[in-house]
Design a protein around this ligand. Sequence first.
Ligand SMILES: Cc1cc2nc3c(=O)[nH]c(=O)nc-3n(C[C@H](O)[C@H](O)[C@H](O)COP(=O)(O)OP(=O)(O)OC[C@H]3O[C@@H](n4cnc5c(N)ncnc54)[C@H](O)[C@@H]3O)c2cc1C
Length: 495
Amino acid sequence: MAGDSPDVVIVGSGMGGATLAAGLAPGGARITILERGDYIPDDAPARDPNRVFRNSAFRSDETWLDADGRRFEPGNYYQVGGNSKLYGAVLIRYRAEDFAEMAHAEGVSPAWPFAYDELAPWYDRAEALYRVRGAGDEDPTEPARDGPYPYPPVPDEPAVAAVRARLRARGLHPFSLPLGIDLERWLAAGQTGWDGFPDTRCGKQDAENCGLAAALAHPNVELVTRAQATGLELTPDGKRVAAVVYRRDGAEHRLVPAIVAVCAGAVQSAALLLRAGAANASDQVGRCFMNHNASALIAIDPRFRNDSIYQKTFGINDWYLSDGDGGPPLGNMQLLGRVLPDILHAQAPGLTRPVAGWISRHAIDAYAISEDLPDPASRVVLRGGEIQLLWRRSNMQAHRGLVGKIRNAFRAAGFPLVLTRLFDGRVPSHQCGTLRIGKDPASSVLDPECRSWDHANLFVTDAGALPTSAAVNPALTIAALALRASATIAQELGG
Ligand SMILES: Cc1cc2nc3c(=O)[nH]c(=O)nc-3n(C[C@H](O)[C@H](O)[C@H](O)COP(=O)(O)OP(=O)(O)OC[C@H]3O[C@@H](n4cnc5c(N)ncnc54)[C@H](O)[C@@H]3O)c2cc1C
């Protein structure tokens, strides 16, 4: 393939890019994936909580600007497989109701351009590709599905099963989280959880091990690492993207494919399009940046002994569609990976190590997620060529309500002390929505097939395309959208 341009250039090998490549590869199109990062080395200190959580060893040293123009290091990861290499592997569908307009305490979550039923078959395929493990019949909000999950759920460890039983006894409906993890392989490589720990090809069902592996099994697909897309050139009439420009090892290269798919992540894809002056007739590029309102909760019971290793096996959606008292939705709760003493100490240096150790031994750790509503003033912009993130949180009333409900549930279940902390804006883990799909070219960047309204051969199939953030983890929905778009692109290529 070297020398001449491929049929398709995909920018980014994360959840959106790798999955798109997997969808397109069997059709025979010549595909080049440009990835700015490299493979995480096999011998990386990937299970050392100090290296991972205190020293942020796997983050790049890139900085962005906040709303006040101050520099910060975002919790954003650049390597083969993208952010999915560190993800918690919760591969959950948006609920069917998330595709319709939903009234929240402080605004409206708008309808998608299509209903859940349209994406359901692509969710099926995404779950097969990412070998999702789940139960299907435990969560009252589980959307209709065509058959069981590909694999049975990850079992609770005994301490976690005891907490699940305590919450169920309070009338709640804990459900097994849909997860992409080969548990035996993961634990054989190190006795830690997987949430936030990088995978060195040892069992996480992520973009590298699933989407990319499926794509690269075809001879018509190549991955170019350390290749950072720096520009897009438009045709003279502006109707198409003519070329993708990238830098590798200090040299500039140019590819002239038939189709360009930008999948660099919601923030980086928006930045690339803003720099190129592309896809922005609507002035929507970078707008409606969303990131979940998320908090960590540490529920402590001095009599409880947490000897679990991975912990992250159940969630609760009892306050997802309503607050439980007929009020507006609040969001999702799911367990976090175990907050080990070193992790707690890194996050709260004021705690002495013995205190952090005691808390960790007697606590269960949870994650509260509430929907962030789309707001055109919440946006990614370029300032002097640098990325500036002007995130305006929304819907915090719902989030405070959710944290309160979870706190009360844990107290009622015998955990008298519940510590909480809101994740701040420097952690854009669930970033989405800067390049939204929609029905109206005046208020969206992409059509419902993830194609730019302005340039017929430009697609975006990463988190940027999501029109709403819902209140569940985004990766499976990104994958389903990418697979759906791959069918459109294959048709375009005559496949
Ligand atoms: C710690 C953590 C835990 C998470 N847990 C979960 C979870 O349990 N479940 C879930 O659903 N989601 C989770 N997420 C979020 C999930 O990882 C992301 O939603 C998902 O990876 C986004 O996919 P994407 O394709 O938009 O971007 P990414 O997966 O980040 O991929 C973008 C890729 O583009 C590359 N790139 C960027 N700029 C360029 C450029 N100019 N040229 C070439 N390449 C470029 C990047 O290096 C990267 O590989 C988590 C994220 C983090 C950080």
